[in-house]
Design a protein around this ligand. Structure first.
Ligand code: CP
Ligand code: NVA
Length: 329
């Protein structure tokens, strides 16, 4: 029996494969209930606080809409307007919020901040993205892959890009836990952190998963089931980094050639937001400075029949609801 009541959700490393699979199952049930218009207000009367020190569309909306679906109310605390960080520490904020709310979500900077928040809070704390990890994203990705292929075990996922960012790190952990083969395509200096690789390799021994780090994108993406990429510069990193990252990662773009190198039924995933055209302020700025019209993925691949990015985005909500339900029920 899996029982996650009262537990924090800070990183996938803290969870057993069985617990992760259980959350995916609950998410699939909640998704069905939502599609069938069946009421599922299992947490009626509870309230959650959502702290966002960085921007968000998917994560914020998944928590807010998900909370309401489950019968709860949510309070959004943005980067400005609260005392957090300026006049009040994370420890004091945690001790205040847990007296008013049943659960707290945090998106921000160092993983140590969300770990601290959890330490001082008597109610569950959920990680909505830190510099190191993005665990709720992983549940949505795993659910999307499962829906496509029926199972996760033995499937190969290749992450192309900055493999030591929050999404790269988390995908490596997710694959290790769920018996998948993780490949990264990146220059050596953007390979995942060695200590984390070693920790994941030990998990692979138990689950039958594997890890491969490649600098050659064609070698890395040959016959893979899932192609995954993310932005080349993450939130919180300085804008000045773009020039360097473009030179490091321009050969790791997911384009038609890379897509054709994977399995015929490969799916393309991206946590989003994505720079696949120049129709955004930053996209335009990069174009004006560096002449690039697309970055980590071409518009052709993003819009192709292989792309499941919007199914993946939808699954953020069903999986986040599963996390709230299982930890608060
Ligand atoms: N994928 C993701 O976390 O999106 P947001 O930044 O919009 O929340
Ligand atoms: N690596 C990205 C993920 C966004 C969902 C970032 O941290 O900005």
């Amino acid at each position: 029996m899996v029982d996650l009541r009262g537990k924090d959700f800070l990183k996938l490393l803290d969870f057993t494969p069985k617990e992760i699979e259980h959350l995916l199952k609950v998410a699939a049930t909640l998704k069905k209930q939502k599609k069938n218009n069946e009421s599922h207000r299992y947490l009626k009367g509870k309230q959650v606080a959502l702290i966002f020190e960085k921007d968000s569309t998917r994560t914020r909306c998944a928590f807010e809409a998900g909370a309401v679906d489950l019968g709860m109310q949510a309070t959004y605390i943005g980067p400005t307007g609260s005392q957090l960080g300026k006049k009040e520490t994370i420890a004091d904020t945690a001790r205040v919020l847990c007296r008013m709310y049943d659960g707290i979500e945090y998106r921000g900077f160092d993983q140590t901040i969300v770990e601290d928040l959890a330490k001082y809070s008597s109610v569950p704390v959920w990680n909505g993205l830190t510099n190191e990890f993005h665990p709720t994203q992983m549940l949505a990705d795993a659910l999307t892959i499962k829906e496509e292929f029926g199972s996760l075990k033995g499937k190969t996922l290749c992450f192309c890009g900055d493999a030591r960012n929050n999404v790269g790190n988390s995908l490596m952990v997710m694959c290790s836990k769920l018996g998948m083969n993780f490949v990264c395509a990146a220059p050596k200096e953007l390979f995942p952190n060695e200590e984390l690789v070693r920790e994941c390799e030990a998990i692979c021994k138990e689950t039958g998963a594997s890890i491969r780090l490649e600098t050659d994108i064609m070698k890395a993406t040959k016959d893979v089931d899932v192609l995954y990429t993310d932005v080349w510069v993450s939130m919180g990193e300085p804008m000045e980094l773009w020039e360097k990252r473009i030179s490091q990662l321009k050969d790791y773009q997911v384009n038609k050639k890379v897509l054709n190198n994977a399995k015929d039924n490969v799916i393309f995933l991206h946590c989003l937001p994505s720079f696949h055209n120049i129709d955004t302020t930053i996209g335009k700025e990069i174009y004006e400075k560096f002449g690039l019209t697309e970055m980590e993925v071409t518009d052709e691949v993003f819009e192709s029949s292989h792309s499941r990015v919007f199914e993946e985005a939808e699954n953020r909500m069903h999986t986040i609801k599963a996390v709230m339900l299982e930890t608060l029920k």
